[in-house]
Each structure stands twice: as C-alpha cells, then as structure tokens.
Design a binder for this molecule. Structure first.
Ligand code: ADP
Ligand code: MG
Length: 494
C-alpha cells in the first residue's frame, strides 16, 4: 500500500478515536448541564403553580366571606369578575346554591346555570377547607379542575367554586420551556397535560406539588446528542490537522536524515576511493623511484665523488621528499595488519623522541614527557606506530607560534584495559571547521603540507583497534588523546 494512503488511514483512525472519546466527554458535560438546568426550572415552575393555587384559595376564602355577609349580588359578581380577569388560568368563579345553580358568577353567561352536581363537590369537600377536584370536562368540554369550599350556615349559598383551566397551567410552563416536554399528571397517574410535540430527551425529572394533587415532569436535552456530534466533528477536524502536521514533520525529519546519511556515505566512499587510488598509484611510483634514487647515488659517485656539486644534494633532497609523500600515500589505502606484532610502545616513543630532539631544540620547543609505566604493550606494527608519533609531533611543532616558547606535554600510560598517549601543544590551535576536516585526506592549511598526516594516522590507529580524539582551541593549543587496547606481553617476542 502506498505510504501516504497508509499514514492517511492511520490519521483518520486516530482522529476517529479522538472524536469518539470527545463525543462521550461532550455528551456527559451537556447531560450534566441539562440536568442542572431542569432541576432548577422544575422547582421554579412548581413554586409558580403553587403560588397560583394559594392565590386562588385566598380568593375563594374572601369570596366565601363576602357571599355570607354581602347582600348585593352585583358587588359579589363584580368582585369575582375582577379576580377572574387577573389570571387566565381561572376560567370562572361561582357561588352555588343547594341545587348547584350559580347564584353568583364571574361570568354573566353562567349565572343561574348548573355547573356540576353538588354531590361532585361534596365528595372532595371538607368542612371549612378548600379542596381540589379531579380533572373533568366542563360544559365547553375543556379539561378543568374545581377548587371549592363549602359555605357553612348560609341559606341559599352552599359552595364557592373556582374553575381552573389545567391546560393553561401546562401551556404557560410549556411556552417558557420551549425545548422540553412538560407533563402534568394526577396522583393516580392519568395525564392532565402533555406538551404537544413530544421531543426525544436525555434527562427527565418529576416532582409532586405540595398544594395540589398533581405531579410535574420536565424532560429535556433533545438537541444534546446533535450538539455533541457537532463538537466531536470539530474535534475530528482539529485532530486530523494536528496529526497531519506531526506526520509531515516526521516525514520531513526522516527525509532530511536520509539525505544527510546519503551525503555521509558518499563522502566516506569518496575518501576510501581517494585512499585506494593514492595507494595504488604510490605503489606504481615507489619501484621506479627506488631505482632512480639508487642510480642518482651511482651517478653522484661517478661525477661528483667529492660532493662538490650542490645539484646532487638538491635532487636527492627533492627525491627524499617525493619518497616521503609516496610512503604516506601507501598508508592511505587502509593500513591492514596481517600478523600480530606486539611492541612496548614506551621504547618506540623514546626512539622517536630521540630522532626529533635535535629538530625541537633547534626550533626552541620544550618537550616534556611523563611515562606512567615502562612496559606498555600494544599490538601494532612498529613502523606504523612510529609514523603516528612522527605525524602528531610534527604537526605540534608546525603549529607553534613564532613569538612564543613552544611547549609539548606528553603523557604515556595505561589503565586496566588500554594504553593511552596524550599529546598537548600550546600552538595556534584549530577552529571548529578545521577540526571537522582534520582527518580528511589532503586537508592542509600549510603552504607545503600534504594533508595526509592525520588521515594516515587515523587509518593506522583504527587498523590496530585504537581510537583518537582531538580537542583544540584557537590560539590556545591542541590536545590529542590516543588509546589502544593493551596486548598481553605473552605475545611479545624478543
Ligand atoms: P599537513 O601537516 O600536511 O598539513 P595533516 O593531516 O598532518 O597535514 O594536518 C592537517 C591540518 O590539520 C594541518 O594543515 C593543520 O591545519 C591542522 N593541524 C594538525 N595538527 C595540528 C595541531 N597540533 N595544531 C594545529 N593545527 C593542526
Ligand atoms: Mg602533518
């Protein structure tokens, strides 16, 4: 499968998981919000309905007193009409006589009409107390309840009745709570009022009124699911974008690393090829060069027996230089060790130092050497180790300031596993760029340098399983640290 399709699918998969988790969290949060809002509102509405009933009850009480004492029926009717006017939930108010005929009414139309049998009111009535009837249909076929109170000791007036529109009570709540279902039930469970459009809901709460024999239920949260879906979809998009950015960054870094690795490989191959070519060419030069040097000696003996002609020395000097370069070229093509050759490097270093001492004295360079041990055995060909020491000490000498006394400090020692040599000079040092190129073949900053010394040195050290580390600071100096695995002196042949 194409890499991008694979990562694209992975991205979609991860984003879906994030969105799903997001959905369940959003849903829970919204559900809690709906619950707390419903709990708050149901109490508010219950309180309002109960206040209304309390008001009606006190109106009934005042009417019953008035009906008993007031002789002017018109006054009573007007008073009742005024009360009815004040609240749309009151359909009518009546004062009934023994035949259940309305002798007083808030509506003229209902005067002298029969509202309901007295038996009906008596079944709820309690002397001197206000009672609420069950729901029933009135003459106009509306669902109503009657709140009534008997008038004691009055001759032709026996009941004060308020006819309450239960539908309006529900509708008032329903209009305020647009996105909720409102249900009002009788205590026996029959529905008195229900919202017209029943919406799906996620939370429902019921409450029984204290002052009326009804329960109120509010169910809400019809749009909660949709809101959570919309929010989690937004989360999906955000997560998709973020994951895409992370993936793009990952690809970019991966690609960059691959390019760097490729450049590194090419450089390494290039160096190996240069080394190999140089070594092969040197091999071809070495033989004719040896004969040329030999023949020059013969010719000098023949034509310049007394060493009078300076040209011979010049030719021989130049040939020696060529021979030296060619010798380094040969080592450039990976020096390999065929046989094990264990030497005491302390002895070799002492020889090298002796060899260079004259040159150092001449250049006024102080060479301080500390030998921690006198027997340090390393498995390395003698000529190669000599070459390493000469290359490093030669560079140290070349690096010295002309106006400062040059000091080279060397420590030669060993620990349990390794031999180590540290060489510190107080020369001109190297900047980071030079340090980086130090081991590249042909890298030189000297007018007549070959740039082969350090490259060859590294090759030799690594062929004998050693390591070389270099620290340098411009104008302060350079410190080179070399380690070799210690060889067992058993292999040491005298
Ligand atoms: P060459 O000596 O022919 O220039 P090398 O490979 O021996 O070649 O060294 C490469 C370069 O590294 C030198 O030209 C020099 O710039 C730098 N270098 C090496 N050793 C030192 C040192 N001890 N102090 C300062 N620079 C050094
Ligand atoms: Mg050198």
């Amino acid at each position: 499968m194409n890499k991008f399709i694979k990562y694209g699918l992975l991205n979609i998969f991860l984003s879906c998981i994030v969105a799903l988790i997001g959905y369940s969290i959003f849903f829970q949060i919204h559900k809690k919000e709906v619950a707390s809002s419903v709990n708050q509102k149901i109490n508010m509405h219950a309180k309002q309905v109960e206040t209304f009933i309390t008001d009606v009850v006190s109106s009934i009480n005042s009417i019953s007193t008035m009906a008993y004492y007031e002789k002017d029926n018109k006054k009573i009717n007007d008073n009742m009409a005024q009360i009815k006017q004040s609240d749309p939930r009151i359909i009518n108010l009546y004062v009934l006589n023994e035949d259940a005929i309305a002798v007083n009414s808030s509506s003229e139309l209902m005067l002298n009409k029969k509202v309901e049998s007295l038996a009906f009111f008596y079944q709820y009535a309690d002397v001197n107390l206000v009672s609420i009837s069950k729901v029933r249909k009135n003459l106009l076929n509306e669902g109503v309840v009657y709140i009534s109170k008997p008038i004691v000791n009055a001759k032709n007036k026996v009941f004060v009745v308020a006819e309450i529109d239960i539908n309006t009570i529900g509708t008032v709540i329903d209009t305020i709570e647009k996105n909720s279902n409102i249900t009002i039930k009788d205590l026996d469970g029959s529905k008195i009022f229900e919202s017209r459009d029943q919406l799906p809901y996620i939370y429902s709460k019921s409450l029984i009124f204290q002052k009326a024999p009804w329960s109120l239920t509010i169910s809400s949260g019809s749009d909660t699911k949709m809101t959570a879906i919309q929010e989690s979809f937004a989360l999906f998009i955000i997560s998709f974008i973020i994951i895409t950015i992370i993936q793009a960054l990952y690809f970019y870094i991966q690609e960059k690393n691959r390019t760097l690795q490729m450049i590194d490989d090419i450089n390494k191959q290039k160096k190996e090829m240069i080394g190999l070519m140089a070594a092969n060419t040197a091999h071809e030069i070495k033989n004719p060069l040896t004969s040329v040097i030999g023949f020059i000696d013969i010719i000098q003996m023949k034509y310049d027996d007394n060493h009078q002609n300076p040209h011979f020395d010049i030719v021989k000097g130049e040939l020696k230089r060529i021979n030296n370069i060619v010798g380094q070229f040969l080592l450039l093509g990976k020096p390999t060790k065929v046989e094990s050759e264990v030497h005491n490097i302390v002895d070799i270093i002492k020889e090298v130092v002796q060899l260079l001492q004259y040159e150092f004295d001449y250049s006024r360079i102080k060479l301080i050497i500390k030998y921690d041990d006198n027997d340090i055995f390393v498995d390395i060909p003698e000529d190669q180790f000599t070459q390493v020491m000469i290359n490093i000490l030669q560079n140290a000498k070349d690096a010295m300031h002309s106006n400062r006394i040059g000091i080279i400090e060397m420590v030669v020692g060993k620990d349990r596993e390794n031999a180590f040599i540290s060489i510190k000079d107080n020369g001109i040092g190297m900047d980071a760029k030079s340090l980086h190129q130090l081991f590249d073949p042909f890298f030189t900053t000297k007018d007549n340098g070959t740039g082969l010394g350090m490259s060859v040195t590294k090759g030799i050290i690594e062929a004998s399983h050693g390591q070389i580390h270099v620290n340098s600071q411009v104008n302060i100096g350079t410190k080179i640290f070399i380690t070799f695995p210690l060889a067992s002196p058993n292999n040491y042949e005298i």
